[in-house]
Ligand binder design. Structure first.
Ligand SMILES: [Zn+2]
Length: 184
């Protein structure tokens, strides 16, 4: 486990205690002395992820967590949101009771949840996961979000994709202006 602050590879355990289904360890980085917490939990045996190229890889909670955390970096989300999201996905995966799960299924689960949580994090994750090769596809995705945001009210707790006077607002003012000019 690398230090989340400086990336150094080694830390010492300064406190360790049992929690519900695992062990919580308080650690201190040996390089920058920052403190952080790790959880160790038993992973039920035999959940494998089928990669795009058909290779199998054991499901790795930390890897999933790191990917989502990166997408949510510097977003105004309450502490613990990302961990809860990963808990939720992990529980969902084990509930499926399958030994192998395509990576696409996991990616879609993440996308669905991020979409309800924070559009910026969603777009960031999508740009990596969907591997947007050109800006057009990325723009299409953003446009879809903006139009759905304009049509429906935000899901509970959703942070607006755009500031108050965003694209949706601009589009409305633009339409009004057109009407004012007597456009059809
Ligand atoms: Zn450090």
């Amino acid at each position: 486990m690398n230090c989340p602050y400086c990336g150094y590879h080694d830390s010492k355990v300064i406190d360790s205690r049992d929690v519900n289904d695992g062990i919580r360890r308080r650690r201190q980085c040996l390089s920058c002395s920052s403190r952080f917490t790790t959880y160790e939990r038993l992973q039920p045996a035999g959940l494998f992820v089928i990669k795009k190229d058909e290779r199998r890889e054991e499901f790795n909670r930390e890897k999933l967590l790191a990917g989502i955390r990166k997408a949510c970096e510097k977003r105004p989300l309450p502490a613990g949101t990302v961990d809860r999201l990963v808990d939720d996905i992990e529980a969902g995966l084990y509930q499926m009771g399958r030994a192998e799960i395509p990576s696409r299924v996991i990616g879609d689960m993440v996308m669905e949840r991020l979409k309800n949580l924070d559009y910026i994090a969603y777009i960031r994750f999508a740009s990596v996961y969907r591997d947007f090769t050109d800006i057009t596809k990325l723009k299409q995705e953003v446009d879809t979000l903006v139009s759905s945001e304009a049509k429906t009210s935000d899901p509970p707790g959703q942070l607006s994709l755009l500031p108050d006077e965003g694209l949706a607002g601009l589009a409305r003012t633009h339409k009004k202006r057109l009407r004012g000019k007597g456009a059809p």
